[in-house]
Design a protein around this ligand. Structure first.
Ligand code: UDP
Length: 445
């Protein structure tokens, strides 16, 4: 390892953001692109506005992609060649991490030493890359997991594949190595400490934000006209990648239950499903369509492809209720965006949704996976919609990407100060000792 460069505890000038498996240039709502992409875009923009340059390293997934794209002034997306452009699934990417890391290190080597002040990795694959870059560049590694395999495996949906042991091990390594772990919520921070042995002093909670200018309340009738939805319709909206984890099937079943209980609703009820398939949900749209037919509500369900943010805001505004019935969510940006548009949310009482929704104030959290419980919660929200709509906007207004960016800059500076003081290496040895309690392994390291 090269000699440690002394860093002053100042705000960084240039951040290397690593996002191996999905690009901030991708449209979220399909495949591997979702909340993490939105997070990286929004945070990078805010860092650039604070005079901090951001380079986002992501895998090149098409030969058409230029090697370098300026996403916005101060934010550069760098496409790294690692494996074939197309046809490589996320589960195959661990074998490409060496190639990816080499690409990142070679790019940095073209500059003067000290080009980057910090590495911020997103998701465990990127954490593996950031780990090596951190050691080579002697800068802090900040890691945001976004999802955790152990948590995901504990709440698997029917038809969902468990996350492999290789991912669990990879996550444990990154948790041991990172100078700061950024959790979306207190619960995620606890999960990192309890299930992954994270050091609580290096684990901090930084809530994600929402763009309150883009996602703002508006004229519901106008939004409905723009989308071709009748003014008197009762619209229940699901937004997200179609995968078992997100459970759009539960919304369909709840809608069918509502029609059974109140046949007069038949002509007015509409269920909108916005998003495209992802991962083990590749078969899901067809299965969802079949389910709608089986439930006798096929004529009440509209499937819509992923929408760009401004159009998505129209969908939130047009909805009476946004429904987020996920088996688990590390946060659930969709819930926050809907509320920012003044639309109350019915969501599963799990993970980050407990923070994202203020139960009884901005929507209703449902503790059961029984469609009847969802139907009852939706009815309860419809009955108090005006009050909950005001609560929804109020609750969402407490979140902001500006605050997220400020907290991250503070974390970058604190980690750099700790590294300059020489605290980081000793901590790493301890962490590795805990991971591999074999004396020989520790010495070899
Ligand atoms: N999204 C979008 N268009 C769509 C569907 C989703 O832009 O058609 C975005 C949405 O605005 C949100 C993100 O995808 O910011 C999904 O994030 P969330 O945290 O809800 O779920 P994740 O994808 O992280 O599981």
């Amino acid at each position: 390892m090269p000699a440690r460069r002394l860093l002053s505890p100042r705000a960084p000038r240039r951040v290397a953001t690593v996002s191996v498996h999905t690009s901030p240039l991708d449209q979220p709502g399909a495949g591997d692109a979702g909340g993490m992409n939105v997070y990286i875009v929004e945070v990078s923009r805010r860092l650039a506005a604070r005079g901090i340059a951001v380079d986002v390293f992501t895998r090149a997934t098409s030969s058409d992609l230029p090697p370098v794209v300026e996403m916005t002034p101060g934010v550069t997306v760098r496409h790294v060649s690692a494996g074939p452009f197309e046809g490589l699934g996320k589960e195959e990417l661990p074998a490409q991490l060496c190639a990816f890391t080499a690409g990142v290190l070679r790019e940095e080597a073209q500059h003067e030493p000290g080009h980057y002040d910090v590495v911020h990795s997103h998701y465990w694959l990127s954490g593996q890359v950031g780990w090596l870059a951190r050691d080579r560049w002697s800068v802090p590694l900040i890691h945001t997991a976004h999802t955790l395999a152990k948590v995901k495996n504990a709440a698997l949906a029917d038809g969902d594949r468990p996350e492999p042991r290789a991912r669990v091990i990879g996550e444990e390594q990154v948790v041991a190595e990172a100078d700061r772990l950024v959790a979306n919520t207190e619960e995620e921070a606890r999960q990192l400490v309890d299930h992954y042995g994270a050091d609580p002093r290096r684990t901090l909670v930084v809530p994600p934000g929402v763009d309150l200018d883009r996602f703002r309340p508006g004229d519901r009738a106008a939004a409905r006209r723009a989308l071709g939805v009748p003014a008197d319709a009762v619209v229940l909206t699901f937004v997200g990648r179609i995968q078992p984890l997100k459970a759009p099937d539960l919304l369909l079943e709840a809608a069918a239950r509502m029609l059974e209980d109140d046949p007069a609703l038949r002509d007015r009820l509409q269920v909108h499903v916005v998003g495209a398939p992802s991962g083990s949900g590749l078969e899901a749209p067809r299965r969802l369509e079949e389910l709608a037919v089986r439930l006798g509500i096929a004529d009440r369900v509209r499937f819509l492809p992923p929408q760009a943010p401004d159009r998505l805001a129209l969908h939130y505004r047009a909805a009476d209720v946004a429904v987020v019935p996920s088996h688990n969510e590390s946060f659930g940006l969709v819930a926050l965006e809907a509320q920012a548009c003044g639309t109350p949310v019915v969501a599963a009482e799990v993970g980050g949704l407990i923070t994202a929704v203020d139960d009884g104030v901005s929507g209703v959290l449902v503790g059961s996976r029984d469609p009847a419980a969802y139907a009852a919660a939706i009815r309860a929200v419809l009955a108090r919609r005006a009050l909950l709509a005001a609560g929804a906007r109020r609750h969402a207004s407490a979140f902001s990407w500006e605050r997220t960016a400020d907290a991250l800059v503070a974390a970058y500076a604190a980690a750099a100060a700790e590294m300059a003081a020489g605290a980081a290496p000793a901590r790493r040895e301890r962490a590795l000792g805990a991971l591999w309690p074999v004396a020989g392994t520790q010495v070899a390291w």
